[in-house]
Design a protein around this ligand. Sequence first.
Ligand code: NAD
Ligand code: GLY
Length: 368
Amino acid sequence: MNALATQTVSIDLQTRSYDIAIGSGIFDQAATYADLPNASTAVIVTNSTVAPLYAARLQQALQGKYPKIHTVVLPDGEAYKTWQTLNLIFDALLSHTCDRKTVLFALGGGVVGDMTGFAAASYMRGVPFVQVPTTLLAQVDSSVGGKTAINHPLGKNMSGAFYQPLKVVCDLDTLKTLPPRELSAGLAEVIKYGPISDLDFLSWIETHIDALTARDPAALAHAVKRSCEIKAWVVGQDEREAGLRAILNFGHTFGHAIESGLGYGEWLHGEAVGCGMVMAAHLSKQLGLVDAALVERLTTLIEKAGLPVKGPKLSDADNAGRYLELMQVDKKTEAGAIKFVVIDGPASAAIRSAPELMVRGVIDLCCA
Ligand code: NAD
Ligand code: GLY
């Protein structure tokens, strides 16, 4: 990719405000980290796939600023987003006698980012951390906004904390090494922002979907920047998801059921969200909120992004019943009523429950 001018998106959260730097060739430059507080120790948390690609370069960039730098390499995969893996981070922090000023650097995708953030939120009741996302999904969504978590076998992201990073560094060059399937997964979260808040952006993605899948640098730069702007605005209004922020979960109620139902890692998070958005669009239509044209438009785009649009069978006996059972374990569920993010107008989303028979009908229609 050619060098692109670095752009900054700011997230306004009073004392917890920070910048998201988006550029090319920035994650391994000392200047990128010059504004961070000084400390005796920095700890890079990464995984076994990303470490050989990028950890030494990050370490070199941090060398002048932090006298001691340690690297923790976690096993790779959604299946490892667990207490056991989280404990590996605590083991390293304690064995290196890291103090409260130690700065953690999350180098990797959303799994590393969510776990490092949770470790930072809880080690000694909170130490500073920086997100250096290296997947498209993490650059457009998970590294921004301070949600951190690990999974439980019974439900996704069920233990965690709201804890904001000091800074987010999105280096578009790192996307060069991303496998195509992971790029598509990231595009699911990019597409999400269109129907929930910006129809012009949805049209732009439709026009540029081939450029995005071909990793055109300018197209990726715009997709990351606009996604971060929308997410920063939503989180700035509702940091701890009292209401509005839930719209960022469009497609996630169905998607999380797919992820936990199949076993974490079988489908990628972005694949499950892509298919979940198709299901949520159908539900929006069944509720009389949108017409068939929007369902068709979204389905076509999600398919063009290289994502599945038919849900997997989670049970031979009662597939819809199994989805419903899994969707009960969702943070939006209230008094047993499953809540869905639905599209209720042009660039507008709302949180609704729906009659069980209607949800069953949508699952039957959308599953292979
Ligand atoms: P991931 O972290 O598993 O990364 C995907 C794969 O790409 C992994 O195998 C990883 O090792 C590899 N990888 C990472 N960067 C690479 C690079 N530059 N080159 C080559 N390979 C690379 O998955 P993800 O899609 O980044 O994140 C999904 C996770 O994010 C899920 O756990 C999801 O729940 C979470 N998430 C969190 C939020 C939030 O707000 N906190 C939002 C969305 C998703
Ligand atoms: N990815 C959903 C959120 O950050 O709220």
